[in-house]
Each structure stands twice: as structure tokens, then as C-alpha cells.
Design a protein around this ligand. Structure first.
Ligand SMILES: *[C@@H]1O[C@H](CO)[C@@H](O)[C@H](O)[C@H]1NC(C)=O
Ligand SMILES: *[C@@H]1O[C@H](CO)[C@@H](O)[C@H](O)[C@H]1NC(C)=O
Ligand SMILES: *[C@@H]1O[C@H](CO)[C@@H](O)[C@H](O)[C@H]1NC(C)=O
Ligand SMILES: *[C@@H]1O[C@H](CO)[C@@H](O)[C@H](O)[C@H]1NC(C)=O
Ligand SMILES: *[C@@H]1O[C@H](CO)[C@@H](O)[C@H](O)[C@H]1NC(C)=O
Ligand SMILES: *[C@@H]1O[C@H](CO)[C@@H](O)[C@H](O)[C@H]1NC(C)=O
Ligand SMILES: *[C@@H]1O[C@H](CO)[C@@H](O)[C@H](O)[C@H]1NC(C)=O
Ligand SMILES: *[C@@H]1O[C@H](CO)[C@@H](O)[C@H](O)[C@H]1NC(C)=O
Ligand SMILES: *[C@@H]1O[C@H](CO)[C@@H](O)[C@H](O)[C@H]1NC(C)=O
Ligand SMILES: *[C@@H]1O[C@H](CO)[C@@H](O)[C@H](O)[C@H]1NC(C)=O
Length: 405
């Protein structure tokens, strides 16, 4: 009887569900094993049927060749043991007035998102595509720099989340935010942001991590217009490996210590086996200084085996981020940087400076290790710059005596 009632409800909601489990399910165990969605068709919003299926089924299949039109925001948080097998496409309809008014807001850096995904034991896979339909956003942002643009996917309060083998296209803003997550893994992802107009795909970070612990991002290819991966406040125990980043702003710790009264922690981060091409930065740590900013600690960070090609700033610490030299001298950063390893960094820069390690005055950086650098500028002699820091490691010899301010 339950089965009939469910079928009736699904028919009402427009959900075409395929009951793939055994007929002997009990009344208590009402969650359907697998439900397959069909697009409702031209002019229709598929968000409601996706949300209904997510509630009712343990696996939701979006088949190859199916494009769901996502026109209302997706709250897929708070549930357990859910699997989205995305073989087709979810396209986020670029209805700018709707999303700027209704995207889920995040106070941190004034972001909004199309989709919050959370809960426990969540898998998203299937080889399909999340299409952010960013072009209209890029073009509109060009004439309205305060336009709120949505992040495609935010893992929000998710525990044991696995996202693998998914393509993400043209995000209006960051591709992924992990906010208050624990044990979240991304693997085999392909992220591509490419504008077809003269207006760039701005702020299309690959991943931002915030208030999250145990996050893995691996075996992925990213072409975008901002940070490839960024570790924002309170990112701990993070592994980033085997990434190909093209056109990005690099793998960045920070910026940290921006907001007065806040204490930011980034600890136990390893980024290894990274190909970084045509990028603004390679391996970077940035923290604010000046009056009225925040504080924090950056500790035990390893950048290992970076192969860089045409990168503006291959190796960077900037502990006077967005602060004038005079202000940084008067108000050194209260975000301390400790136990950092830049190891086996090779390739080419676009300018003469291949490494710049600029710390605030007053010994705010300690145990900064540099090893096995083979970095080449396009012409002339490579420049190595350091300030207010005692370096260790075999690449220390490449640096002249660090300036003290
Ligand atoms: C998506 O749904 C919205 C809202 O119903 C509709 O206005 C729009 O035309 C649909 N898009 C497509 C491609 O069907
Ligand atoms: C998302 O849905 C959950 C469960 O219904 C609810 O508790 C939560 O408040 C919703 N989140 C937002 C941001 O609307
Ligand atoms: C620019 O975007 C903001 C934020 O999304 C919005 O409030 C404002 O109305 C937009 N301005 C114009 C001129 O469209
Ligand atoms: C972490 O999540 C993965 C799924 O990505 C799961 O297999 C593993 O058991 C989880 N680890 C813990 C300690 O729960
Ligand atoms: C990754 O980058 C390297 C160097 O730029 C390139 O040789 C390789 O083909 C890339 N791999 C993929 C999967 O894009
Ligand atoms: C980071 O964690 C510390 C320690 O739990 C906490 O005091 C601080 O407020 C957190 N900062 C942010 C930005 O959440
Ligand atoms: C960093 O890793 C060490 C060694 O595993 C561990 O003791 C420490 O608690 C970790 N720090 C955080 C903030 O998780
Ligand atoms: C440093 O972080 C790595 C993970 O990135 C962890 O394996 C290691 O135990 C940490 N070391 C210390 C001394 O905390
Ligand atoms: C630097 O390279 C040498 C030679 O490949 C290797 O033996 C050594 O372990 C490397 N140093 C570090 C700190 O990885
Ligand atoms: C560098 O080391 C010297 C000698 O131990 C110490 O006096 C100085 O304060 C250190 N400088 C920094 C920036 O840590």
C-alpha cells in the first residue's frame, strides 16, 4: 500500500521514479533505493523534483543525455547515506534577479551559492556535468562590480562526503566552497571556466575551504581565473595532490587575519605534485598586517613538487598583504607563520623574481624551509627576495641576505 501511495506522490510531483529494489521492502524502510530523473522539458524548473527525490531515495540518477534545469536554490543538507549519480547535466539557469535575491548567503566574504549539500555519508559521482552557465554572469559583472554571483556547489556541514568524476563548467563565482565540512574528498574533477567575451571569468576559484577539517582534493584538472585552491580561515588537515592548474592565481593559504577580532588557523596542509601553468602565483601564503585587522596562525604547511610554467610569482609569502610598508612596520601581522616547507619547486617564471618571501617585522615567520629550487626566469638572472625571515634548507643559498625592516 505504501508503494502505491509513494508512486502516487511521485506522479504528482512529476518525478519519474524507477523502483530498483526488491519488492519485499518493509513499510519502515520507505527510502527508495534508486530513482531516475527525467527532465520536465522546455521552460520547466527541475529543482523541485530533484529535491523530492533526494528526500525519498537513497540514490538519485540523472542519466546520460538528461539536462536538469536548476532554477530554484537547492538545499540538500541534513540527510544521511545519499548518492547522486550525475551522469547527465545540471544546468543552473542564469536568472540573475532570482539568484541575487535567493541564493543561500554566506557572510564570510559576502558570498552566495546555488546549492548547499551536506549531511553524512554523501556521494556525488557519475561522470556528469555541473554547468554554472557563467557567461551572462561574467558579462553582467563587467558593468556591476557589486553583483553577487553564486558559487556552484557548497559542501555545508557535510561529514564523509565524496565528490568524484564530475565536470564543472563556467561557475559564476567560486566553483566549490567547503564550509564547516569534515572528511570531504574531491577526486577526478575537471573544472573549466572560460569566457567567450572580453569579460573574464573573474573570481572563479576552484576550491575554497573554510572552517573545515580533513579535506582531500586530488587527481583533478582546473582551468580558471582565480585561486586554484584557497585555504581560508580554519582549514586543517588538508591534502591537495595531483592537480593541473592553468590560468589560476595559484595554491593559496589565505588571505588570513583580515577581520578584526577573528583568529584564523590554517594548519597541517600538504600540496604535492602540482602542475601550475600560466598562473599569477604558484605556492603562496598571504596574511594581512596593519591596524585594526585580525590575527591567526599558519602552521605546518608543505608545498612539494610544484612544476610551474610561466608563473608570475612561483613562490610567495606576503605577510604584509594589502598593507603599505610603513603600516606593516608599525603594525606587523598578528598572523604568525611557522613550519613551512617549499620543497622541489621547478619551472619558469614570467618575470625576473622567482621567489619572494616577505614577512612582517618582529620575527612573525619562523622555520621557513626552502629546498631544491630550480626556477628559471625568461631571461637574465633569477631574483630571490626575502624580508624579515631566517631561512633554512639547501635553497637558502640562492637568497641574498634578507632585508630587515
Ligand atoms: C528553466 O526553468 C525556468 C523557470 O521555470 C524557465 O524560465 C526557463 O525557461 C527554463 N529553462 C530551460 C532551458 O528550459
Ligand atoms: C535546509 O534544510 C534544512 C532541513 O530542512 C533546514 O533545517 C535548514 O534550515 C535549511 N537551510 C537553509 C539555509 O535554508
Ligand atoms: C548590482 O548588483 C547588486 C548586487 O547583486 C544589485 O543589488 C544591484 O541592483 C546591481 N546594480 C545594477 C545597476 O544592476
Ligand atoms: C571519510 O569519508 C570517506 C568517503 O569519502 C569514507 O570512506 C571514510 O570512511 C570516512 N572516514 C571516516 C573516518 O569516517
Ligand atoms: C598536466 O600538466 C602537464 C604540464 O603542463 C601536462 O604535460 C599534462 O598533459 C597535463 N595533464 C592533464 C591531464 O591535463
Ligand atoms: C578558528 O578556530 C578557533 C579555535 O577553535 C576559533 O577561536 C576561531 O574563532 C575560529 N575562527 C574562525 C574564523 O572560525
Ligand atoms: C596537526 O597534525 C598533528 C599531527 O598529526 C596533530 O597532532 C594536530 O592536532 C593537528 N592539528 C590540527 C589543528 O588538527
Ligand atoms: C603536518 O601536516 C601533515 C599533513 O599535511 C601531517 O601528516 C603531519 O603529521 C603534520 N606534522 C606535524 C608535526 O604536525
Ligand atoms: C632534494 O633533492 C635531493 C636529490 O633529489 C633529495 O635527495 C632530497 O631529499 C631533496 N630534499 C628534500 C628536502 O626533499
Ligand atoms: C634570525 O636569527 C637571529 C639569530 O638567531 C635572530 O636574532 C633574529 O631575530 C632572527 N630573525 C628573524 C626575522 O626571525
Amino acid at each position: 500500500m505504501r508503494k502505491t501511495l509513494l508512486s502516487f506522490l511521485f506522479a504528482l510531483s512529476g518525478l519519474h521514479a524507477a523502483l530498483a529494489d526488491a519488492p519485499s521492502r518493509t513499510v519502515q524502510n520507505v527510502a527508495r533505493a534508486s530513482c531516475t530523473l527525467t527532465a520536465l522539458g522546455s521552460g520547466k524548473d527541475d529543482s523541485p523534483q530533484l529535491l523530492t527525490a533526494w528526500q525519498a531515495c537513497s540514490t538519485v540518477v540523472v542519466p546520460v543525455g538528461t539536462t536538469l534545469n536548476i532554477s530554484t536554490r537547492l538545499n540538500m543538507t541534513g540527510l544521511s547515506n545519499k548518492h547522486l549519480s550525475l551522469q547527465g547535466t545540471m544546468r543552473f539557469n542564469p536568472n540573475i534577479p532570482y539568484w541575487t535575491a535567493n541564493g543561500f548567503p554566506f557572510t564570510f566574504q559576502t558570498q552566495i551559492t546555488f546549492w548547499i549539500l551536506g549531511g553524512t555519508n554523501i556521494v556525488v559521482d557519475g561522470g556528469g556535468t555541473l554547468d554554472g552557465a557563467g557567461q551572462l554572469w561574467y558579462d553582467t559583472f563587467a558593468s556591476n562590480s557589486s553583483l553577487l554571483r553564486p558559487i556552484i556547489m557548497t559542501i555545508f556541514q557535510g561529514t564523509n562526503v565524496l565528490v568524484q568524476n564530475i565536470k564543472m563548467l563556467n561557475s559564476p563565482e567560486w566553483f566549490n566552497l567547503v564550509n564547516e565540512g569534515k572528511n570531504v574528498t574531491f577526486s577526478g574533477m575537471t573544472l573549466t571556466a572560460a569566457s567567450t567575451s572580453s569579460h573574464g571569468a573573474a573570481n572563479t576559484d576552484g576550491w575554497d575551504i573554510y572552517r573545515s577539517d580533513t579535506v582531500v582534493i586530488k587527481d583533478s584538472v582546473i582551468t580558471n581565473g582565480d585561486d586554484c585552491v584557497s585555504f581560508k580561515p580554519n582549514s586543517t588537515n588538508i591534502l591537495v595532490s595531483n592537480l593541473n592548474c592553468t590560468g589560476s592565481h595559484g595554491i593559496s593559504v589565505g588571505s588570513l587575519g583580515q577581520f578584526a577580532g577573528m583568529f584564523d588557523i590554517v594548519e597541517n596542509v600538504t600540496a604535492t605534485n602540482i602542475h601550475m601553468s600560466n598562473a599569477q602565483n604558484g605556492a603562496r601564503i598571504k596574511a594581512w598586517a596593519g591596524s585594526g585587522v585580525g590575527s591567526g596562525i599558519v602552521k605546518n604547511i608543505t608545498f612539494n613538487n610544484f612544476i610551474e610554467s610561466k608563473v608570475d610569482n612561483p613562490v610567495v609569502i606576503d605577510q604584509c598583504y594589502m598593507t603599505s610598508a610603513a603600516d606593516c612596520a608599525e603594525f606587523p601581522s598578528n598572523t604568525f607563520i611557522q613550519d613551512v616547507f617549499f620543497t622541489t619547486i621547478s619551472g619558469t617564471s614570467t618575470g625576473s623574481t622567482v621567489a619572494s618571501l616577505a614577512c612582517s617585522p618582529g620575527a612573525r615567520c619562523s622555520d621557513i624551509n626552502v629546498n631544491n629550487f630550480t626556477l628559471t626566469p625568461p631571461s637574465g638572472t633569477a631574483k630571490y627576495v626575502c624580508q624579515n625571515v631566517n631561512l633554512t634548507g639547501n635553497a637558502k643559498a640562492l637568497f641574498p641576505a634578507c632585508t630587515v625592516t
